[in-house]
Design a protein around this ligand. Structure first.
Ligand code: ADP
Ligand code: MG
Length: 695
C-alpha cells in the first residue's frame, strides 16, 4: 500500500468560516482525498490524499471551481500584501464614490429627501447604481447559486430586490452600500486575526551570511545547509539554530522566549534562529535551518493552531450553518403576516451569520499570536478552552519544579573502589543520557578532570536509570527501584531525609557506590503555585520518579500532595485516574520521561521547551523559557481569551435576536438594518483586539 501524501496549498479569497467550510467541502468530496483541513488564519489547506487516485492539479482545480484562488507559491506574505491591498483599494474606491452619491440621502431621508429622489430619478438609473455598486456581491450570490448554495449575501440580495420591487431604489442603493461596507469590515476582521501571526512570521530571518571557501557571502536562508558556518554581525538576526564556535555577544532572545533580558553567549553556547545578536559578532555552526529551527516550528505550530479548535468554535460554526434557514423562515413568516416587503427585507438584511463564525477564531487567533511573542506557544483554541476550566494540576519534579541542575553532594564507595573509579564508571555509563541527573554526574567528572570511557552498550531505562557495559563490566546506575538491595545501605534513609536523591552504582551485580545529588527548587515556584490556587486550581499534586522521602520533603515544603517512585507509564495512569473522576487535568513537565503523560493530560504544558524537540511535540502548550510565572500567566490568558470569546458570542446573539425582532415588527427601517449589520463584526474586532496587548 502506498502511503498517503500530504500537501499544503495556499489559498486566497477566504474571508470567513463559511468560505473555509466551502473549500473544505469541495476538497473532501474529491475521490482519493483522505482528509482536508482548511485554515482560515494561515490561508491554506492541508490535504492528505492518495497520489494513485488524484493529483495536486485536480485538487487546485476543485478549489478554483469553488470560487477561490490558489496562491502561487511565492512568499505568502508578499502575495497577501499585494492581493489584499489591491482588492481593498478597489473596494474602497467603489464604496467611496457610491457612498458620496447616496450619503446625502441618509440625512435626507428624515427630511423626506429619499422619497423625492425616488420619485424624480428614473428607476433605470437607480437600478444601474445598485447593480454597479453591488456587482461583486451579486456575482458572489450567482456563483453560490450555481453551486446550489445560499449565503448570507443571497438573503441580503433578496432584501435589495424587495426594495427595488416596491420602487425604493435609493433605499436599495443604501442597502448595497452598507453591504459593501459590511463585507469590508468582515474581511478586515477576519484578516486581523492573521495580523498577530503575520507579525510573528515577519521576525523570521530571510538571509544569512555564510562562509564558503573562505569568503563571506550573503545567501537566501533556504540555501544555508546544516553544518555550514554562519557569521552574524552586531545588531543582526541570527539566521539558524546552532552552536557558537567563536565570538562573544549578548543575544536578545525575546523573539523566542519573550524574555527581554539579553543573554550572554560564548563559544559552545546554543543560539536560536530569529534571536538578535547585540554587541559582538558570532561564528555559528548551523545545526538546524528554516522550518526545522525552534522558531520555524513555533510559526508552523501557531499556523496550525486553527486545526485544534475550541469546542465552542465548532458549536458556533454549526449554529451559523443553521442560521440562514432560520432567518429565511423568519423572513417568510414576516411577509406572510405583515405583507410588508420592506420589513421582510429588513429581516433579511439585518441577519449577520458570519459573526457567529468569526466570534471565536478572531479572539483565539489573536490570543495565540500575541502569546507566541511572549514565549507562550499555544497549539490550539481547544487547549485554551480546556485550560480555562482546569481544576487539577499535576507537576513533574526533576527539571520542572527543580532547576534541573542537580549537584552531586556526596560520593560513597561500598566495596573499596576509589572515588575517582566510581565517578569514572558512573559518568561513563551516563555519557549518553539526557537526564539532568546524568548531566550532574558528567559535570562533576569534568570538573575533576576525569576522562570518560566509551560504553560498549548503553540503555536508558525511563524512570529507573541506565545500564551499560564499560571495559567488559556490566554497569547499572539508578534508583532503589532499579537496584533494590541498595536500600539497605546504612546511610540511605538519612540522606533521603535531607531531600537528596540517591543513585546507586552496581558493577557486575554488586553494589559498588552511591552518589547523593541535590537539586534546588526553582525560586518562583511557591508564588506561582499560590497564584494557580487563587485562579481556581483546587488540587495540586507532585508526580515523581524519585524516592518517597525526597519527594515528600519537597511536597511538604510546597504544601502539596505527592506520589513518588512513578515510572513514566504510572504518570499516565495517574492522569487518567483524575480524568476518569471528571477532572480537567493540567500537567506541567519538562518532556524528559514525562512526554506521554503530557500528551495524555487535557492540557500538557512543557517547561523551557525551546530547543527540546520532544517537549515541543508532546505538549499542548510550550513555555519557551524557564520561568514558572509563565504557568499562571498562560492560565490567566486562557481565562481572558474565553471571556472575550463568550462576550463576542453573546453580543452577536443579542444583536441578532433584537435586530430580527425589531425588523420583523417593522420597527427597524431597512436602511438602519443594513447599516447595523456590521456592528457585531466591529464589536468582535474591538473586543478581541484587547487580547493583543498584555494586561
Ligand atoms: P521526575 O519524575 O522527578 O522528573 P524522572 O522520571 O525523570 O523523574 O526520573 C525518575 C528517577 O529515575 C530519578 O529520580 C532517578 O532516580 C532515575 N533515573 C532516571 N533517569 C536516570 C539516569 N539517566 N541516571 C540515573 N537515574 C535515573
Ligand atoms: Mg522530569
Amino acid at each position: 500500500m502506498r502511503r498517503a501524501q500530504t500537501v499544503e496549498i495556499p489559498i486566497s479569497g477566504m474571508d470567513c468560516a463559511e468560505c473555509a467550510r466551502h473549500v473544505r467541502g469541495a476538497i473532501e468530496k474529491l475521490p482519493g482525498v483522505q482528509s482536508a483541513q482548511v485554515l482560515l488564519g494561515a490561508e491554506k489547506a492541508i490535504v492528505e490524499f492518495d497520489p494513485d487516485k488524484i493529483g495536486l492539479p485536480e485538487i487546485c482545480a476543485a478549489i478554483r471551481t469553488a470560487g477561490y484562488e490558489v496562491s502561487p507559491l511565492e512568499s505568502p506574505k508578499d502575495a497577501l500584501a499585494s492581493a489584499e491591498g489591491f482588492h481593498r483599494r478597489l473596494t474602497l474606491l467603489l464604496v467611496g464614490t457610491f457612498g458620496l452619491i447616496v450619503n446625502a440621502v441618509v440625512f435626507g431621508e428624515i427630511l423626506g429627501f429619499l422619497d423625492i429622489l425616488n420619485e424624480h430619478v428614473p428607476f433605470l438609473l437607480g437600478l444601474t447604481v445598485v447593480v454597479a455598486g453591488g456587482y461583486p456581491i451579486f456575482m458572489d450570490v450567482l456563483r453560490a447559486a450555481v453551486r446550489g448554495k445560499v449565503t448570507s449575501h443571497t438573503l441580503m440580495t433578496l432584501g435589495v430586490i424587495a426594495a427595488l420591487a416596491v420602487g425604493q431604489w435609493a433605499t436599495a442603493g443604501l442597502v448595497v452600500l452598507f453591504m459593501r461596507i459590511g463585507d469590508y469590515v468582515e474581511s478586515f476582521t477576519a484578516h486581523s486575526a492573521r495580523r498577530a501571526l503575520r507579525e510573528l512570521t515577519s521576525l523570521a530571518p530571510q538571509t544569512a551570511r555564510v562562509e564558503r571557501q573562505g569568503v563571506e557571502i550573503q545567501v537566501p536562508i533556504g540555501e544555508v545547509s546544516v553544518g555550514e558556518i554562519v557569521i552574524v554581525r552586531p545588531g543582526e538576526r541570527i539566521p539558524v539554530d546552532g552552536q557558537v564556535i567563536a565570538g562573544h555577544a549578548t543575544v536578545d532572545q525575546s523573539p523566542i522566549t519573550g524574555e527581554s533580558m539579553p543573554a550572554e553567549v560564548i563559544p559552545g553556547s546554543r543560539v536560536y534562529a530569529a534571536t538578535i545578536a547585540k554587541l559582538g559578532s558570532l561564528r555559528i555552526r548551523a545545526e538546524k535551518v528554516g522550518e526545522d529551527t525552534t522558531f520555524g516550528r513555533v510559526i508552523k505550530m501557531v499556523e496550525e493552531a486553527e486545526a485544534h479548535r475550541a469546542h465552542l468554535h465548532s458549536v458556533a460554526d454549526r449554529f451559523s450553518a443553521l442560521y440562514l434557514p432560520i432567518v429565511g423562515a423568519i423572513a417568510g413568516l414576516t411577509f406572510l403576516i405583515t405583507r410588508n416587503p420592506l420589513s421582510t427585507a429588513a429581516v433579511l438584511v439585518v441577519a449577520c451569520s458570519c459573526s457567529f463564525a468569526l466570534a471565536t477564531p478572531v479572539a483565539i487567533l489573536a490570543s495565540i499570536g500575541a502569546s507566541a511573542r511572549r514565549g507562550l506557544l499555544i497549539k490550539g483554541g481547544r487547549y485554551l478552552e480546556l485550560l480555562a476550566r482546569a481544576d487539577v494540576l499535576l507537576v513533574d519534579k526533576t527539571g520542572t519544579l527543580t532547576l534541573g541542575q542537580p549537584q552531586v553532594t556526596d560520593v560513597f564507595s561500598s566495596c573499596g573502589l576509589s572515588r575517582k573509579e566510581i565517578l569514572t564508571l558512573a559518568a561513563s555509563a551516563e555519557r549518553y543520557s539526557e537526564h539532568p541527573l546524568a548531566e550532574a554526574i558528567r559535570a562533576l567528572a569534568r570538573c575533576e578532570n576525569i576522562p570518560l570511557l566509551e560504553p560498549r552498550y548503553f540503555e536508558a531505562v525511563p524512570g529507573l536509570g541506565v545500564s551499560g557495559v564499560i571495559g567488559g563490566k556490566r554497569i547499572r546506575i539508578g534508583n532503589s527501584r532499579m537496584i533494590p538491595e541498595a536500600q539497605r545501605f546504612p546511610m540511605a534513609a538519612e540522606l533521603e531525609e535531607q531531600g537528596k536523591t540517591l543513585l546507586f552504582l552496581e558493577i557486575d551485580g554488586q553494589l559498588a557506590g552511591i552518589l547523593a545529588l541535590e537539586d534546588t527548587l526553582r525560586p518562583e515556584v511557591p508564588a506561582a503555585l499560590q497564584e494557580m490556587r487563587a485562579l481556581g486550581i483546587r488540587h495540586v499534586e507532585l508526580l515523581t520518579g524519585d524516592n518517597e522521602r525526597t519527594a515528600a520533603r519537597l511536597a511538604q515544603e510546597l504544601g502539596v500532595l505527592c506520589r513518588a517512585k512513578l515510572l513514566p507509564e504510572d504518570k499516565i495512569r495517574v492522569v487518567k485516574e483524575f480524568q476518569a473522576r471528571g477532572h480537567t487535568v493540567v500537567m506541567v513537565g519538562d518532556g524528559v520521561n514525562d512526554a506521554p503523560a503530557l500528551a495524555q493530560a487535557d492540557v500538557g504544558i512543557a517547561m523551557a521547551a525551546a530547543g527540546t524537540d520532544v517537549a515541543m511535540e508532546a505538549a499542548h502548550i510550550a513555555l519557551m523559557r524557564e520561568d514558572w510565572h509563565l504557568v499562571p500567566e498562560v492560565l490567566r490568558t486562557s481565562r481572558r481569551t474565553m471571556r472575550v470569546v463568550k462576550m463576542n458570542l453573546a453580543f452577536t446573539a443579542i444583536y441578532n435576536l433584537v435586530g430580527l425582532s425589531l425588523a420583523a415588527l417593522g420597527i427597524l427601517p431597512l436602511v438602519v438594518a443594513a447599516a447595523a449589520q456590521s456592528l457585531p463584526d466591529i464589536v468582535i474586532l474591538g473586543n478581541s483586539a484587547r487580547l493583543l496587548t498584555r494586561k
